[in-house]
Design a protein around this ligand. Structure first.
Ligand code: GLN
Length: 534
């Protein structure tokens, strides 16, 4: 039976609970355990699919098509395993199932209540996720004391009864703030947050203390005394220069061995973290750098393109160069021109996005990259813009558009397919999750992947319109990847260009620090060559 590590957060949000959970996952997996990670989000949305990137950052998509919180991306990158819809739980998802059961009469006329029906549903999901696993790590989103988090805290409190006290530990991530006026670290907020946890029946076993200044032994002993944990369980975690260092840092602070000790799991094997050490070393000390312009439409939110930026870093690490990302707002390209916004970039990446704002700036960006032979990687919306730009400016197809930009277009080279029309409130079902893609031999895509068939994740409504395929191909835009089962164009490229590749899928979602994505590796490689040429 699985054992559980519950990770809660106190004092403030954004303490890095997600990275802590992911790093614990890395360490336990490297010690040979079968690990799963679950993110619990106390919001009422059933999933993250409808959430605005300006508010919530990127939506991470799993192979089975779940639209999830971006923490799942951290988990996948850190534990190097694909996750699925089971790994994400929201209040909305729980209530939807309980209410659906109530309507079916599954509760036999009983009164349906938060306790036990909601809390039981939560626990059933946690138990199910434990099947075939040694350890399940569960991160509770939000901060202790939030009203909406209470049913989840109650459920994890009850888990110690359900699976046995010895199979459950609670790890509380908290802040020890530095007061400049007093020139002192303060423990009181942590004491209060632990009191709040105790009030609802949870006694934390381990405190992960985030600090900006080093803690001395006296302070650790004080926290231990007031929070009823052994001094060894007060783990100080300073800010790290890169998140990739967190698994190494937590290992040196013995968080993983403490977790195993408290869960009574014996383990002789020490984790081999040499690959992570190499990642950190190269990320911090790469001798050269390249600059990639990221031309997006949600750039004010630092996490809106999180996985794209991570994938660029991973590719940089594999080439031992530092990737500097220049964030460019595509509407600024429209108002200030391509030269002002893009000159000097060694490569250009146009990521995914929704809606028509900023589209013309992206099309102008594609033209700039195509005509000036700057390496270009287009992702989803980016790939669609590459097709439109080619249709307009090379094929001279007047009125070439995407139906998303203008539903009444003359030449919708990117269109909504008939079987998608009107199927949901937003005007079409999304193609979500993993699809196979066959690569055309001899193309840049096939060279990058070194494979004939790949699988990538999707999240979009619009597709390349096959009506125009022949005209575009005749004009030199090569189709190099096809979803054969559905006859859909997945990758386009320009053989007459140093590196110009667009994919209908989100390649960034499968990149890992220790296993960078082949398309990103090839793209960054081309950007390095471009820099060397100039
Ligand atoms: N908005 C486009 C579509 O729905 C692209 C989506 C995306 O980039 N993820 O097809």
């Amino acid at each position: 039976m699985a054992k559980y590590v519950f990770i809660t957060g106190g004092v403030v949000s954004s303490l890095g609970k997600g990275i802590t959970a992911a790093s614990v996952g890395t360490l336990l997996k490297k010690r040979g355990f079968k690990v799963s990670i679950i993110k619990v989000d106390p919001y009422l949305n059933v999933d993250a699919g409808t959430m605005n990137p300006f508010q919530h950052g990127e939506v991470f998509v799993t192979d089975d098509g779940a639209e999830t919180d971006l923490d799942l991306g951290h988990y996948e990158r850190f534990i190097d395993e694909p996750l699925c819809s089971e790994n994400t739980v929201t209040t909305g998802k729980i209530y939807a199932r309980v209410i659906e059961k109530e309507r079916r009469g599954a509760y036999l006329g009983g009164t349906v209540q938060v306790i036990p029906h909601i809390t039981n549903d939560i626990q059933e999901r946690l138990v199910q996720a434990g099947e075939g696993r040694d350890v399940v790590i569960v991160e509770i989103g939000g901060t202790v004391g939030d009203i909406e988090g209470l049913p989840f805290l109650e459920a994890i409190r009850q888990m110690s009864n359900r699976v046995g006290r010895e199979n459950v530990i609670y790890c509380h991530v908290t802040l020890i703030p530095w007061l400049e006026a007093a020139r002192e670290l303060k423990t009181k907020p942590t004491q209060h947050s632990v009191q709040e946890l105790r009030r609802i029946g949870i006694l934390p076993n381990i405190l992960v203390c985030r600090t900006s200044h080093p803690m001395d032994e006296d302070m650790k002993n004080k926290i231990a005394l007031f929070c009823t944990v052994p001094p060894e369980a007060v783990i100080e975690v300073p800010d790290e220069p890169t998140i990739y260092n967190v698994p190494l840092s937590l290992y040196h602070r013995k968080l993983d061995s403490l977790i195993l000790k408290y869960l009574s799991i014996s383990c002789e094997k020490e984790p081999d973290l040499s690959d992570w050490a190499l990642v950190v070393d190269r990320f911090m000390n790469a001798p050269k750098s390249v600059e990639i312009a990221l031309v997006g439409k949600y750039i004010q939110h630092k996490d809106a393109y999180l996985s794209v930026v991570e994938a660029l870093y991973h590719a940089g690490i594999s080439h031992n160069v530092k990737v500097k990302v220049r964030s460019v707002e595509s509407t600024d390209v429209e108002t200030q021109g391509v030269e002002a916004m893009l000159s000097g970039a060694d490569g250009i990446l146009i990521p995914g996005g929704f809606g028509s704002r900023g589209i013309e700036g992206k099309i102008a960006t594609v033209r700039h990259a195509r005509e000036n032979k700057i390496p270009l990687l287009g992702i989803c919306l980016g790939m669609q813009m590459m097709v439109i730009e080619y249709a307009r400016n090379v094929c001279r197809l007047a009125g070439a558009h995407s139906q998303e930009m203008d539903p009444a277009t003359i030449h919708p080279v990117i269109h909504l397919m008939q079987d998608q029309v009107g199927l949901d409130k937003l005007g079409g079902t999304m193609r979500l999750g993993a699809y196979n893609c066959d690569l055309v031999a001899g193309t840049a895509a096939a060279r990058a992947y070194g494979a004939e068939r790949i699988s990538e994740r999707h999240r979009h409504r619009y597709e390349f319109n096959n009506t125009y395929r022949q005209r575009l191909e005749d004009a030199g835009l090569k189709v190099s990847g096809i979803c054969t089962e559905r006859d859909l164009v997945e990758i386009v490229e320009l053989p007459a260009h140093p590196w110009f590749v667009g994919g209908q899928f989100h390649a960034e979602l499968k990149s890992r620090p220790i296993r960078p994505h082949p398309l990103f590796v090839a793209f960054v490689g081309a950007a390095i060559e471009n820099q060397e040429k100039n």
